[in-house]
Design a protein around this ligand. Structure first.
Ligand code: ADP
Ligand code: MG
Length: 241
């Protein structure tokens, strides 16, 4: 564990996650994600993608196995240490989890206020992210009044506002057209270029079919395939392996 801690950001070792009464979501999953890697986790609906991400930010616990982030066994971290670790993790939830009665600006500012950023920094960072995502004119709109696609982009902006070391994004382009998916992927790629580790659960083959990165396929509680997608190619030969 220690010797890997410099290169490995996420390590899952022989993870089992069952839900009562008889859902075997993850049976025996091992996965290692390097620091600075962009990795796509794919598979059909119900394959266990969301469960795997939820184990990583510890809202779920594995029945068996080990979850390590940056060399730390998160099952053993105190609540306080986990809270500190979570501040370095940007999460895009499958259902966004925005504060619907608060403005877009407020939703994005909140994580930065919690980490003690200055007001001027928060204002600039919020504006910059919204501009990049084509939402600059929505800054004062209540999150609950936005379309699903707009809410999804606000969730992406919020996940990146604190420049996290690790981004866990659950279907982050599920409600987006091609242009907005590209905006989201451009931002994720830039963060990766700056050293962040990015883990994206998706069944949007458009986003994992382009560029060079690992694609891991989950099915029936197992990883059934992993490959590297090398070239930007619009062909449909983009399944791993
Ligand atoms: N809290 C839960 N209680 C019971 N079953 C669950 C729970 N969360 C997920 N599941 C089930 O676990 C399986 C994997 O779900 P999920 O991780 O959401 O997959 P995916 O994100 O790939 O669609 C599904 O059969 C789902 O119904
Ligand atoms: Mg899911």
């Amino acid at each position: 564990m220690q010797e890997n801690s410099n290169e490995v950001m996420v390590e899952l070792i022989k993870i089992r996650k069952f839900y009562p009464p008889d859902v075997k979501a993850l049976k025996d999953v091992s996965l290692s994600v390097a620091k600075g890697e962009l990795l796509f986790l794919t598979g059909l609906s119900g394959a266990g993608k969301t469960s795997l991400l939820r184990l990583l930010y510890r809202v779920e616990h594995p029945d068996r196995g080990l979850v390590e982030i940056d060399g730390m066994d998160i099952g053993r971290l105190s609540g306080k240490k986990m809270q500190i670790l979570r501040r370095r993790i940007g999460i895009v939830y499958q259902n966004f989890k925005l504060l619907s009665k608060q403005s877009v600006a407020r939703n994005i500012a909140l994580p930065m206020e919690i980490t003690g950023r200055q007001k001027s920094f928060i204002r600039k960072r919020t504006r910059d992210l919204l501009e990049r995502l084509g939402l600059e004119d929505k800054i004062n709109t209540k999150a609950g009044d936005l379309s699903r696609g707009e809410q999804q982009r606000v969730a992406v902006a919020r996940s990146l506002c604190n420049n996290p070391n690790l981004v866990l994004a659950d279907e982050p382009t599920g409600n987006l057209d091609a242009e907005n998916s590209d905006r989201v992927m451009d931002l994720f790629n830039e963060h990766r270029d700056q050293g962040a580790t990015i883990l994206i659960a998706t069944h949007d083959s458009r986003i994992y079919g382009l560029g060079k990165h690992r694609v891991v396929v989950l099915a029936n509680g197992h990883i059934i395939g992993a490959g590297i997608k090398r070239d930007p190619s619009p062909s449909n030969e983009d399944r791993p392996q």
